[in-house]
Design a binder for this molecule. Structure first.
Ligand code: GRF
Length: 208
């Protein structure tokens, strides 16, 4: 079987992208990141990609919306991308791309969905909301992307304890450590064709 071709979309520092690169380098994931895409010219994720000689593609925001969407779809198709990974990508993907790549786009979110997710919940805001609410556990979720923000079928989740000492910054740091585990793990499962979607439920098939 040929290696799956992955595109990773980033808007920021790209530490999750780095975690994926590291797991591929260690031979844990049999795949290739063939493209890193960003909507932000100064996203550090682009530097991480360049350091690894991974081709990058910058989406300029000054193009018309339809043009922008079409350019992204054209790029993914011409690069024969098998899996699209949103790793801190802040733009909403257009319905056309979601439809085309149904159950082949995954997103990592820094809370236990369906808590603290959807419109307005990104970055530190997620952890501020969790602390303010007083939850005793939080965590991270990897899910397939559908037309509603942070709503598609859940693939993996992992939780951690929120202590009295936590503030939004410390919680963000702890959750990121979980993200670096479950995002590469999801990609590994995808590349081994072990993820099956039945309605909203995702079944992980046993290793053969
Ligand atoms: C992560 O917390 C991720 O869950 C969210 O955006 C953040 C990206 O961080 N979607 P990084 O760019 O991978 O460091």
């Amino acid at each position: 079987m040929s290696k799956k071709r992955i595109a990773v979309l980033v808007s920021g520092s790209g530490t999750n992208l780095q975690a994926i690169i590291n797991q591929i380098d260690r031979g844990r994931i049999d795949a290739e990141i063939t493209l890193v895409i960003s909507d932000k010219v100064n996203a550090y994720g682009l530097v991480r990609a360049k350091n690894q000689n991974i081709p990058t593609y910058l989406l300029h925001e000054d193009v018309l919306k339809d043009d922008y969407n079409q350019k992204l779809l054209d790029k993914l198709q011409s690069e024969k991308i098998d899996l699209v990974v949103l790793a801190g990508y802040l733009k909403i993907l257009p319905a056309k791309i979601i439809e085309h790549y149904r159950n082949r786009i995954i997103n990592i979110h820094p809370s236990l969905i369906p808590s603290f997710c959807g419109k307005g919940y990104y970055g530190l805001k997620v952890h501020e909301a969790a602390i303010e609410y007083g939850v005793k556990v939080s965590g991270a979720t990897v899910h397939f992307v559908d037309e509603i923000a942070d709503h598609g079928p859940i693939i993996l989740q992992k939780s951690l304890e929120v202590t009295n000492e936590d503030d939004p910054q410390s919680l963000q740091k702890k959750v990121l450590e979980i993200e670096y585990e479950i995002l590469p793990e999801t990609i590994r499962l995808f590349c081994e064709d072990r993820i099956q979607v039945e309605g909203r439920r995702v079944i992980i098939k046993q290793e053969e």
